[in-house]
Design a protein. Structure first.
Lengths: 534, 676
């Protein structure tokens, strides 16, 4: 078993251990989760350290690292050929930062779960299963395996929101589940279509291998998704375009893009803090990752044709999300909408099809990962104390919670893209890349870049307005003296959870090469794959 | 000391940063400000001794390291030391040092003093880093950090609503400019492929033949659209930071910060960063952009001077005066003589900082009176002052020097720099001819207005009789000179506001070392007569303005009614804030509310609609299932049952019955055979 498999299945082992231990030991569950997640983080950092930045990955198996390929399901289907499903995992420059990010955010989430009291055993077991699933998604290179992990991820999330959530938790959980399921069911159709279109040149059998799907020469002539001489149409739309759109739809729900985003504010608001952290920190990244790994790599020809529309959706999400955030009166909902806006940058950067834009998008994903996690944690701090998040119910918190205010201010300024913090690098390079797109002739016009930059202005507006309304001025609380007593400053546990995230935002903002160095080869490789079709 | 200028300039930047970190760690334990003061003192010494004099008289030098690589392109950070950058760095240090000293007395006893020193050090770090950045991206980073530090300092008294409104406004308006800057960077990068200032413009800040811009300009026309767009984008950045019309609205509000902060950040250094940026990227500007810069500068200079006339708050007058003077500098850049802009930037830094510190001293003492007498009045309002020269003669002297310099009286530094801009603007207009003369004419008018409003400030503050005289005469003499810790920085700046610092010739700006050092060539001929008549005219105009002011405010021959609508209009800044508020702020909020409603009822409504439709279909399907599908099943079952039910009677268990049936069957069989 290789390092990558250990990384994926460590949490599963933890989940089994938690389930096996009797409830009398329930105080130990959180420690088990903590120890295993720490081990996972250590392992992912080891992999980061061992990673060879010169290898590109994307569509060449030799460019992947920590690869494991074991035949998993082999079934003779008679006339249909042989079913060939592998346990096939590996990482390249695109998945590496997201894997490290995931283990980091998971750790934050465990830290935020420290005081969970409702059915602790189930809670931590589900959290660990979820952990396994997301790691699997980022590592899987076999589409079937990818799909399995993708579906496994849904289940624990549904229960985590539905059982441990807020007042309207069932509604939110259901909405989240059905939205995501809708995407993944449609994805399954395309997966099957791809399966029958692609042949493994080594064995002659159809295959689910994602990397083989990226090579045009592996497609059967005249097959449904075939590259050349493909006249298949669905309602008059070329088959490959349909395949791309369906896959994009599935991942776009996760990102989320406007107008498929409405599950997100509901899910965030109703989810408990640790699950919000995972949702914003990891789950949304699966969308961006899927677009790069699956949509753009398997359908480079369509990617080159459609990037104008994707960029438009990106800009729309940025501005629309930011304006909606400005209208919010619930702090958590505001941050949820800000996620929509910030993830729009990811889409714009990817669609720009320039090295700067793509790198900026990846950077933005990582940066948004732990910054949004920190933001949701900060909301949780307030909610834990007074069970209220309504912005106008608080005023002048800086007077009674100075340390908390300082942390919030740092997180807000980091999120609004203050230079020196990571979000700045991500957003600035998405904008620069989008501007560069016209010079590179990728078809994204400059007005979209300008439109995207409006989002930077608006993000400053809603964050600063919130700071002004909630934290500055004379102290005035809805709950009066009772709240004033309840609103104690950050305790040590909370500082321990927050400090690394904010420190990381600072470190990455000052030394962005920590991410870019491992990313460059993959970005160039991806662009080389798409360039012939531009 | 034998340190290379690069290392020394790096230290200049790093020292305030370490001060910031130390203060941040110490927190409330460090309120004396010694750390910050020590850092800025060392920075000043290093900047003067090891950087400025070496580079100004010698060669431009640079040092850079690769920061990160994206794709195949590398971005570097580093230090560029040419005349412009070292000059700016030294200026920031020299202004920051007295302000630090002054702050020790001015801010004494404030509850958040530890934050004050921390923020001040952060500001110095960002501003000093800005001056010597080699890469536009690096410059942008410091540019925003400067804005961030300014945000913190404006909102220093965060329990005051006005202060937190003001810092939000300042940051947001600066953000608009930042977007311009960012777009400019992105355009430049997309077209030229580099952001390195040396690669773009050459080491000394001018075009040299092997630079990237030069190459691409050879291929492209300098009048091509993107160059114009990039130029305008950079201009937008500079307009926000340097408070140019209509983005100037944040600066008057920024006066909510401590006065010492206003003097350093919102008068002398940060607001000058926009001018500095324009000088840095000057080679990029084509005729169109330069004309826009000139126009904006003139509009700003004029409108701000008008607004300054109607203010009663002593700091607001100075704030508008700053805006107006920054407009002069803009014009200097716009007419291609950016050396005059830098000269005015330098002289203005000294005398405007001085004016603010004097104002701070006045406010300081007025607040003392207020505290002692338990009266409620606004210690910053001119109408509550008067006759203060009797109590604070040294402050009066300093303020007078500052005011004379601002008005451009001979022998002051302001005379040199203001004349340099106005005269050059005249020469520029003469070469273009016609309507271009509006610019120098407007500048001359603004100069006279400037003399008038600053004269008004001095007269209203220091002459006449003090409004609360009886209150202080009765009690202890609570109105006196500020402590010497505040006085010495003022005296220092007053000395710097006179001509000797800039050149031995008191009346010839061409002879100042700054103009000679930058040595900017303009492409229009000198008008020798202008060098005589314009300064003379300006001086006469200023004297007339002061005389009128004397008549109005000291001799009490004020001709206008108190509620004169023009004065009201100027006082309310032309109702610009109200306009912005209704148009942009409320508009955006309306839009966001509208979009949120759209999101809830339309976008999410669609989701809900789909859910509802699905549920209805499900109900219908269930109805079909229950009544039709299952109905058919039940129908067949019931039919079968009924038939069975009918047949059931046959099996009644009675022998007679069976016999009867058998007989019937036999008879029917026989009948069948017969018929057949």
């Amino acid at each position: 078993m290789g390092a990558l498999s250990i990384l994926i299945f460590l949490p599963l082992f933890a989940a089994l251990l938690i389930l096996a231990l009797p409830s009398s030991l329930k105080g130990s569950y959180r420690y088990i989760a903590l120890v295993f997640t720490l081990a996972q983080l250590a392992l992912s950092l080891y992999m980061y350290q061992q990673f060879d930045p010169t290898l590109g990955g994307i569509n060449s198996i030799s460019g992947y690292q920590f690869v494991e390929q074991i035949p998993w399901i082999r079934l003779d289907l008679g006339q249909l050929g042989k079913l060939e499903i592998d346990y096939f995992v590996g990482i390249d420059g695109v998945s590496l930062p997201l894997i490290v990010l995931s283990s980091f955010v998971m750790l934050m989430s465990i830290g935020a779960s420290w005081h969970v009291e409702k059915s602790v055993k189930g809670y931590f077991a589900l959290l660990m299963v979820l952990n396994m699933a997301v790691m699997g998604i980022f590592a899987a290179l076999d589409f079937f395996l990818f799909y399995v992990f993708y579906e496994v991820m849904l289940l624990p999330l549904y229960f985590l929101i539905g059982i441990w959530g807020g007042a309207r938790r069932e509604y939110a959980a259901m909405k989240f589940f059905i939205y995501t399921l809708l995407g993944s069911v449609l994805m399954l159709l395309v997966i099957v279509g791809l399966y029958f279109s692609v042949v493994n040149p080594a064995s002659g059998a159809h295959t689910f291998n994602i990397l083989l799907m990226m090579n045009p020469s592996n497609y059967v002539d005249g097959s449904f998704f075939g590259f050349l001489g493909n006249y298949h149409e669905v309602f008059g739309v070329p088959a490959r375009l349909v395949g791309f759109i369906v896959l994009f739809f599935a991942f776009a729900i996760k990102v989320p893009i406007v107008p498929l985003h409405t599950w997100l504010p509901d899910a965030h608001v109703e989810a408990p803090t640790p699950v919000s952290i995972i949702l914003a920190g990891i789950l949304l990244k699966i969308g961006g990752y899927g677009i790069i790994r699956v949509c753009y790599s398997i359908f480079p020809d369509i990617a080159a044709d459609t990037n104008w529309w994707l960029a438009l959706i990106g800009v729309l999400s940025i501005v629309y999300g930011a304006l909606n955030a400005l209208a919010q009166k619930d702090l958590k909902r505001m941050i949820a909408y800000s996620s929509v806006s910030h993830m729009g940058f990811v889409l714009l950067g990817i669609a720009s099809l320039t090295a700067e834009g793509l790198s900026g998008a990846m950077f933005q994903m990582v940066s948004h990962g732990f910054l949004s996690a920190a933001l949701f944690f900060l909301v949780g701090v307030l909610y834990d104390r007074v069970h209220d998040r309504y912005i106008y119910n608080f005023r002048g918190l800086a007077n009674i919670m100075p340390t908390y205010t300082a942390y919030v201010a740092i997180a807000f300024f980091a999120s609004l893209g203050l230079p020196g913090f990571s979000a700045f690098i991500g957003e600035a390079f998405v904008i620069i890349g989008a501007f560069n797109a016209e010079a590179m002739l990728t078809g994204v016009p400059r007005w979209m870049a300008v439109g995207g930059s409006v989002g930077i202005l608006l993000s400053a507006a809603y964050f600063l307005w919130t700071l002004q309304r909630m934290f500055f001025g004379q102290t005035r609380l809805q709950g009066g003296e009772k709240w004033r007593l309840a609103l104690t400053d950050l305790d040590t546990r909370e500082k321990i959870v927050l400090l690394p995230a904010l420190a990381l935002a600072l470190v990455l903002g000052i030394v962005p090469s920590l991410i870019f160095d491992n990313l460059n080869a993959s970005v160039i490789q991806l662009l080389d794959t798409i360039k012939p079709y531009l | 000391m034998n340190i290379s200028p690069i290392v020394a300039s790096l230290l200049v930047v790093v020292l305030p940063f370490s001060a910031f970190v130390i203060q941040a760690i110490l927190g409330r334990r460090s309120v004396s400000g010694n750390v910050a003061l020590m850092a800025i003192s060392l920075s000043s010494i290093l900047s003067a001794g090891c950087v400025f004099f070496v580079v100004w008289t010698g060669e431009a030098t640079l040092e850079r390291i690769t920061w990160f690589t994206i794709g195949t392109k590398s971005f570097s950070v580093g230090i560029l030391l040419n005349k412009l950058t070292v000059f700016m760095q030294l200026l920031v240090c020299i202004i920051a040092l007295p302000v630090h000293l002054y702050s020790r007395a001015y801010m004494k006893g404030d509850d958040g003093l530890h934050r004050y020193w921390m923020y001040l050090s952060l500001f110095c770090f960002a501003m000093l880093g800005l001056t010597i950045s080699i890469n536009l991206l690096q410059l942008y980073i410091f540019w925003e950090l400067v804005g961030f530090a300014s945000y913190l300092l404006i909102g220093f008294w965060f329990t005051r609503d006005a202060a937190v409104q003001a810092n939000k406004k300042a940051f947001l308006i600066n953000r608009i400019g930042d977007l311009g800057f960012l777009i400019g960077i992105a355009l430049l990068y997309a077209q030229v492929g580099t952001l390195d200032l040396v690669e773009l413009f050459g080491k000394s800040g001018f075009f040299s033949t092997e630079t990237a811009v030069h190459d691409s300009l050879q291929l492209l026309d300098k009048n091509s659209a993107w160059i114009t767009c990039a130029g305008l984008a950079f201009l937008l950045g500079a307009m926000a930071k340097s408070a140019q019309f209509p983005l100037h609205v944040w600066l008057p509000d920024a006066m909510e910060g401590p006065t010492s902060v206003s003097s350093l950040i919102h008068a002398a250094t940060m607001v000058a960063a926009g001018i500095f940026l324009l000088c840095t990227v000057f080679p990029l500007f084509n005729e169109t952009v330069l004309l826009v810069i000139t126009g904006i500068g003139t509009i700003t200079a004029f409108s701000a001077a008008i607004f300054a006339l109607g203010q009663y708050d002593i700091k607001k007058i100075l704030a508008f005066s700053t805006i107006s003077q920054l407009g002069f500098m803009m014009v200097g850049v716009g007419i291609g003589a950016w050396d005059t802009a830098m000269l005015h930037l330098a002289t203005h830094a000294f005398f405007k900082c001085l004016l603010f510190l004097c104002a701070g001293a006045v406010i300081h003492e007025m607040s003392h009176v207020k505290a002692h007498t338990n009266l409620t009045f606004d210690p910053q309002d001119l109408r509550n002052m008067g006759g203060l020269r009797h109590y604070m003669p040294k402050t009066f002297l300093c303020m007078l020097i500052g005011a004379l310099a601002l008005s451009g009286f001979p022998l002051t530094a302001g005379y040199l720099s203001k004349d340099s801009i106005v005269v050059t603007a005249f020469e520029w207009a003469a070469s273009h001819g016609g309507s271009y003369f509006i610019i120098p004419a407007a500048l001359i008018l603004v100069s006279v207005l400037t003399a008038f409003y600053i004269g008004r400030l001095v007269f209203k503050t220091f002459f006449g009789s003090f409004s609360f005289r009886e209150h202080i005469a009765a009690g202890k003499p609570s109105l006196h000179e500020p402590p010497s810790m505040m006085l010495w920085p003022m005296l220092f700046l007053a000395a710097c506001s006179l001509f000797p610092l800039f050149g031995v010739q008191p009346l010839a700006y061409q002879q100042t070392w700054i103009i000679r050092g930058f040595h900017v060539e303009v492409d229009y001929p000198a008008q020798h007569a202008a060098h005589l008549f314009i300064p003379l005219g300006l001086t006469i105009g200023a004297i007339v303005a002061w005389t009128v002011g004397w008549q109005w405010y000291v001799k009490q021959k004020y001709p206008l009614r108190v509620d004169n609508s023009w004065v009201q209009w100027a006082n309310r800044q032309g109702y610009l804030n109200e306009l912005n508020d209704t148009l942009f702020v409320k508009g955006t909020l309306k839009l966001s509310d509208l979009l949120y409603a759209f999101d809830r009822y339309v976008v999410d409504g669609l989701t809900k609609l789909v859910t509802w439709v699905t549920q209805r279909i499900a109900v219908f399907a269930y109805w079909v299932d229950k009544h039709i599908v299952d109905g058919l099943v039940n129908l067949s079952a019931n039919t079968t049952y009924y038939i069975g039910h009918l047949a059931r009677h046959v099996q009644n268990g009675q022998l007679q019955g069976y016999m009867g049936f058998a007989l019937t069957a036999v008879i029917l069989g026989i009948l069948y055979l017969i018929i057949k």
